[in-house]
Design a protein around this ligand. Structure first.
Ligand SMILES: [Zn+2]
Length: 114
């Protein structure tokens, strides 16, 4: 039914696996493994780093390292502008932040962790 959501068995590679509460189960070789471990690994790959390679977290305060023109809103964000309480978005380096009361998605490479 949701076969594309369930990975093939890592032991015997047969695609007969099914999902049972928190585990994936392979009926062919009886291998069970944790589904929650798998999703944690996926989350860990999405690391957002600032211009200096520091890891950014939800709720961090950042500074802009240079002037940035936001084309969608014709707003100019000046270098040194402080943004509080950023939110990380599961997209390429995107940071959800509020500048002058406007919500926007900006790249973490323009920011420096405070
Ligand atoms: Zn198996």
């Amino acid at each position: 039914m949701r076969n594309n959501m369930i990975p093939a068995c890592p032991i015997c590679y047969i695609n007969n696996t099914y999902h049972d509460s928190d585990n994936f189960i392979c009926p062919d070789c009886s291998h069970e493994w944790s589904a929650s471990t798998q999703s944690t690994e996926i989350k860990e790959k999405k690391i957002h780093k600032d211009a200096h390679g520091n890891i950014l977290n939800d709720g961090d305060t950042v500074y802009f390292i240079k002037n940035l023109e936001v084309k969608a809103s014709s707003l100019l964000i000046k270098g040194g502008t402080k943004i509080k309480n950023i939110g990380l978005v599961d997209r390429n380096h995107a940071i959800d932040c509020k500048v002058d009361g406007q919500s926007m998605l900006l790249k973490s490479e323009f920011m420096k962790k405070a």
